[in-house]
Design a binder for this molecule. Sequence first.
Ligand SMILES: C[S@@+](CC[C@H](N)C(=O)[O-])C[C@H]1O[C@@H](n2cnc3c(N)ncnc32)[C@H](O)[C@@H]1O
Length: 219
Amino acid sequence: MENQMIQKCFQFRTDHSMFRLNDSTDQNDDQLIELKILQDSDNQYSSITWPSADLLCRFILTNRLAFIGKTVLELGSGTGICGILAAKIGAKVILSDQKIETFELIHKNVNLNNVEAQYIPLDWSRKIDLINDQIPTNIDYIIGSDLCYEDEQQFEKLLLTIAFLIRNNQQTSIPFYMTYHFRSSNYHIECLLRKFKLQCKLLFHSENLKIYLYEITLI
Ligand SMILES: C[S@@+](CC[C@H](N)C(=O)[O-])C[C@H]1O[C@@H](n2cnc3c(N)ncnc32)[C@H](O)[C@@H]1O
């Protein structure tokens, strides 16, 4: 059976209960953004939009003023929804994912929403991807939604990549904003954070969905 493309419509509003960054303090800023996102029925993790993406999109929209004009690198973009939302509010966005097939879907979604965004292949388990000239060194924010779901090795590769990207950046105080969907208590990142000299702060959580928003920075 052939894969089917399904178009879904997502709406995001400013969320007044959301954590606010210092440079995004306009409390009266009410925004509504609608995105059209194509999903593929091929059963790949990267082909659908995951529940954690909603929380990351609401965080970016609510902190819109801090993102305008900033360079944002998204890891594990999947359908591209979070990066596309960041582009829609005026950030300069670089989307990335591990598989070349993902880029076709991202490309379609970028065009469907009339935004501009670059995309690069970035597999956290391939060192060669990290020494790629296309990786920007003027990043302001790294973002990612639902990137840890398999095993501890995946957590380790992701955090190693984050530590590298931050240390390789011109400004090393940049944060990585990540939403995490809690599925198992078997995984712990404390020792990995120590190993890569990173620290993690919980900014917000949705208890009923068990989805958490973290800020990860260098110690
Ligand atoms: C659960 S999906 C989340 C997709 C999207 N961020 C969302 O929230 O809808 C996980 C994403 O991480 C990507 N991913 C997993 N392992 C990866 C790796 N080693 N390098 C780069 N991307 C990876 C997958 O291809 C997929 O797009």
